[in-house]
Design a protein around this ligand. Sequence first.
Ligand code: FMN
Length: 379
Amino acid sequence: MTLAAHEQDNLLGKTRPTRESRMFNDQKMKLGIFSANCSGGIVMSDAPSGFRVTWDQQLDIARQADALGLEALVPVGRWTGFGGNTHVHAVCYETYTWAAGLAQATTDIEVFCTTHLPVIHPVVAAKMATTIDHISGGRFGMNLVMGWFTPEMELFGTKQLEHDQRYAYGQEWLDFAMRLWNEPGNFDFAGEYFNSTGAHAYPKPLQDPRPVLLNAGASPAGQRFSARNVDVNLIALPVDQIGGYVKNIKNLAHDEYERDIDVWTYCLVICRETEQEAKAAYRAIVDQGDWPGAQIVMDTLGIQSESFATQITSFKESFLTSWGGPCLVGTPEQVAEQFGELSDAGMGGAVFGFHDYVPELRYFGAEVMPLLRKYGLRH
Ligand SMILES: Cc1cc2nc3c(=O)[nH]c(=O)nc-3n(C[C@H](O)[C@H](O)[C@H](O)COP(=O)(O)O)c2cc1C
């Protein structure tokens, strides 16, 4: 087939940049801002906060993170709130359009979307991704999610696939998108979930062969999907389980798919001048916590047990504060130390949220970032 000149330019890489994404730099502990596009962020509580999902705040957060040298902005893909008292995540920016706007407003940070594969056709997604990749100059990434919250998927009138089948579907979705991003001319795609005649997509992404990919698969099928396809697996684990988990998934990627994968955690940061103030801020979140909301999320995730009521209460508390992930609470020194513990345990990075992103990120940049450099976690 003969390709038009502008199609050839694309395939020969003439439009592709030589820069490497910050995601692949040599920082020991990579950092990203998580969940700033959704009301509540990763906190389910009525404790007072100035955080609002407004574009002014999004710009402020993104530009601060970019200037601080952080690696990533990772949003949450959410189509409905969870109910409870705070209706957490009910106010939420759509993430491809969010990423496009922030790509234009920043210069170096990797801007991600979080995309539910069951509800966006790969032809549309691949094209949107390429467009944002061009807007950002090759700084766009995708967090691939399969959908776990049934009411959210039912909003689209689609029936949830059985758990492991969601990952089989996700694999086919990504195989199709990869061909759209890389194959010249037209091709036919015949799969179990997608059939397309004369598929093609131009331009191609600037990043070769694809945008940076994240996935938070934790189940065996999810870990396998991550190991086979993505650059970073996201997971929160007790510190003593991190080493084994990281080793296993890295081995899986290396031995079965001949590729490398990194593992990052997610967490909430509550950093104040004194330990007492930080603990009081944590306590306020818990005391005014959205316990019914946490119960809904835990029920959906199937986290129930009557015989371990105490553990369940403390787990529920960690849902209120940080979606079940770790909560780094303390002075700048103590927070930096806790990042160090996660790094020592094997985490290559962390995406994190704040109760009130704009002022707390400013404080983090001024007080914690220098300590992370002092401890050799950043340079
Ligand atoms: C850091 C992180 C971010 C996530 N973001 C989203 C999201 O934005 N939307 C969503 O529906 N699920 C999200 N999830 C849930 C995952 O997609 C996935 O359902 C979960 O990690 C369980 O995976 P598993 O079914 O393989 O055990 C996220 C999970 C983690 C750990």
